[in-house]
Write a new protein. Sequence first.
Lengths: 234, 225
Amino acid sequence: MNRTAILGIVLAGLLSGCGSSVTLQTATIPEPLLEQIPISVGLRMSNNFEHFVHEEKVFGREEWSIDLGRSNAALFEQLFGHMFARVKVLGPNDDPQLFPLDALIEASIDAFEFSTPDQSNTEAFAVWIRYRLKVYDREGTLVSNWPVSAYGKSQTTTMGGSDALQRAAILAMRDAAALMIMKFDNVTRISSLAEHPVMETTPVAEPEVDESADADADTDVQATAHEGSQDEAG
Amino acid sequence: MKQARRLIKAPVVILMTLSSTACVTSTVQDARTGVTGINEGESVVIMAKSYHLGNETELKYIRCIENNLARGKNALRVIPHDEFVDSLFPWFEPRTAPAETKNLAKLMERPGVADRIESQGIRYIIWLDGDTERVAGGGSLSCAAGPGGGGCFGFAWWQKDADYDASVWDLQGLESAGTVSADVSGTSFMPALVVPLPFIARTQAKACKTLADQLHAFIVQDEEV
C-alpha cells in the first residue's frame, strides 16, 4: 500500500467522525425486600424488550448505538417474579384467558433518551427510560395505564464513557424497579383484581386446556382490544 | 558515569517533589448533636446523597472515604456501599433513600430492612454531599513541535474547590449524630520554558483525607462531648 492510500484511509477515518457502541450485559436486580402481592398475573412484553437497540447521532458530535439486549425483559421477569405470587410470561400469540390469571400486565417502552457529558456540561452520562404498563382485569378491561419514568446517572471514569453509560442505563432500570415496587399497587390497584388471593409462591403451572377454554377462544383477545383506545395515565 | 546519573537524578527528584505539591488550604469542622462511639462488630456505611436531589458526589470520592476509614491502626469496619444498597434493595436507591432521619422509623418497619441492617452490624450511615469543581483558571501556555524538536512556553493556572459535608446517622437511636464538613481549595500551576513543570494541587485527595480523619475522630472519640 502506498503512502497516498494510507493517507487517504486516515483522512477518511477522521472525516467520518467517531462512533460509539455500547452493549449492555443482561442486567440483574437484587432480591428486593417487599411484601408480595398475592395474585397471579400474566406478563406480556413488547417485542423490543427482548432486543432493544437505541441509535442516535448527537448533533455535530458522535453517533451512538446502545444495545440493551434483553435487559428489559430480564428486569421485568425478575421484578414481577418477586412482586407477585405467580407470574406467567406470555408470548405475543398466547391467549391470557386460557391461564388462571387475575390480571394481565402489558409492558412497553415509550421512550429512551440519554445525554453525554458534552451535552450536559457535566462529567456524567444520564439515561431516561419511560416504560408504559397497562393492566387489564380478568375480563380484558383496561384498568390502569401507567407511564413509569426512570432516570439513571453515572459519572465518567478512567474506564471511559462506555462504562459510565452502561451504569447509567442499569441505574435507570433499577430506578424503574424501585418505583414499581413502591407505587404499583397504589397506582394500579392491581391487588383488588384478585379473585382468590394466592397464598403460595410457586410459578403458574401450564393450564389444562379443556373444552370450556376452547369455547371461549373467540373472546380471548379482549385484553388487547383496549390497547390504544385508552391513553389516559393511570 | 555514576556521577552523571546522580546529576540527572537530582533535578528529576526535585521536580517530582515540587510537582506533587502546590498551594492547598483546608478547613474542617464538625457539629455534634449526639453522643457517638462504636463497638466491636459494628460497622459504618458511606452513601452519597441522591442525584435526584441534585447531588454530584463522585463515586471515587466515596471509595476514597471508605478506604481511608477502613485502614490504619484504629480502622473502622466499613460495609462497601454497593453491597449495602443491594442488600436493602430497593430502599436505598437514589429515588427511595431516606432524606431525613425522621423517615428512618418507617423504613425500619418495612419487611426485612431492620434484619438486614442488624445482620451487617451497621451502626452509622454517613451521607456525603458535595463535589470538587474547577472554579477559576487562567494564563496561557502553548506548545509547538518541528523537525528540530519541540517545546512549550507560557504559564497556566487553575483553582479547584472541594466542598463536602457528611451527615452521620446513628441507627441505634435512629437519629442524627451530627455533621462533619471539609472545604478544601487548591491552586495548581504550570510554568513552561521549553519543558512544562506541573505543580498540581491534589484538592480532592486532600478533602478525602481531611474528612475521613475527622469522621473517624467524630465517630470514635465520644469523650469530647
